[in-house]
Design a protein around this ligand. Sequence first.
Ligand SMILES: NC(=O)c1ccc[n+]([C@@H]2O[C@H](COP(=O)([O-])OP(=O)(O)OC[C@H]3O[C@@H](n4cnc5c(N)ncnc54)[C@H](O)[C@@H]3O)[C@@H](O)[C@H]2O)c1
Length: 438
Amino acid sequence: MEPIYKCLLNRKTKMAVIGLGYVGMPLAVAFSKKMDVIGYDKDEMKLENYKRGDDPAGQISGLKEICKNIELTSDRSQLWNAKVYIIAVPTPIQMDSTPDLEAIKNATIDVGTCLKKGDYIIYESTVYPGMTEEVCIPLLEKTSSLKCGKDFFVGYSPERVNPCDALHGLESVVKIVSGLDEQTTTAIEEIYNTILPGRTFKVSSIKIAETAKVVENTQRDINIAFMNEVAMALEKMDIPMDEVISAMSTKWNALDFKPGLVGGHCISVDPYYFIAKAKTYGACTRLISIAREVNEGVADFIVQRILKLLIQKNKMCANTKIGFLGITFKENCPDIRNSKAIEIVRGLEEYGIRVVVTDPYANPEKTLNECGIRIWNLSDISNVDCIVVAVAHDKFKNMQMAMFDKMYKKGSDERIFIDIKCAVKEMKNRKKYIYWNF
Ligand SMILES: NC(=O)c1ccc[n+]([C@@H]2O[C@H](COP(=O)([O-])OP(=O)(O)OC[C@H]3O[C@@H](n4cnc5c(N)ncnc54)[C@H](O)[C@@H]3O)[C@@H](O)[C@H]2O)c1
């Protein structure tokens, strides 16, 4: 049999990428340089933006030209033309923190109804261990009336890129690949090797690949939770955490974790997928759950800390104005999903404080519609009692100190400066400034 990647390179067949978000769109772009690609997303507005060359994630340049080589569509019937399907739709959690499988099930049904003999389906969405085989494959078989392993072939390759981070994108990460059997795994490895030659890592089963993804993110969550717990304790003990980190980092085996807000679509979500599945086996996940609890509590801790400083400095809540810099869940990225900065803004507003938010990356319309928070220009931040730098965007890190000075109320001798991510440490010893970092 001709290797599948050769068949694709010959442009005899097409690939369909289902879900064109932070993960799916860069994949579609990378594969479109090697083969014919159908980009399928149910969000028609997003497709129109892409066609105009507008990438909401700000990750891809020259998109308008690139999109001419991708068949962008929300029409499911187009999926009939594909031979390889990559599914990269969201896998969020519900209000009770259990997995929300609606999008991945819907995408699976869409693909299943278009399956043909010889097709390959690769899941990239983050799932719990066993989900591909227990939920997705039965759904594909049901909707297609075909048999997996005989008529069509399924694999799992978790996405590990860090969107908006030039150092850890598709061009550099190692891709774990797996299939239901050895032959499928090899075929899937060949497919990925067309865009990331030599950077695949084969594992022996789909379950290993699924587990590796959620466990690597859970490990990160736990390590950050530890640093957050220590930071909150040291705050009470009046010991500066940043100096402790500098000192302990000189040890050969110190781990490079810092305290901070854990939001977004991966680290604050994936541990819940692991917990949900482990629970069905009666397995203990106490540490993982407690780490989640600790990280979920950080935003409130910071709200309380800001309030304490304001009250200590006689800045009464009703007349207080805060300039709030950064609302996205991480630096240099427009993604506001599960952003803990949003929780801090809401927490402060509950006390009647006026919070004026600016963020050079967040989409103002989206932020207003989805979170009810208005985004102002940086130049609109004036006459404030306190500045909070919540996200370490490069733009904030590189700002002239005089620009911060201008934002405060005239004549203010006690300028409260909250530097959650230690992004503007130069403020620490400046005259008239009361500096606090986490
Ligand atoms: N963003 C990250 O940093 C990241 C990193 C690694 C892994 N992941 C995982 O990758 C998956 C996708 O994440 P993302 O950040 O790209 O999400 P996203 O929200 O940016 O994009 C998902 C896209 O899928 C579309 N979609 C939803 N349901 C659909 C359906 N039934 N059919 C077609 N399109 C549909 C949405 O309209 C959206 O455009 C998730 O499982 C996530 O956990 C994300």
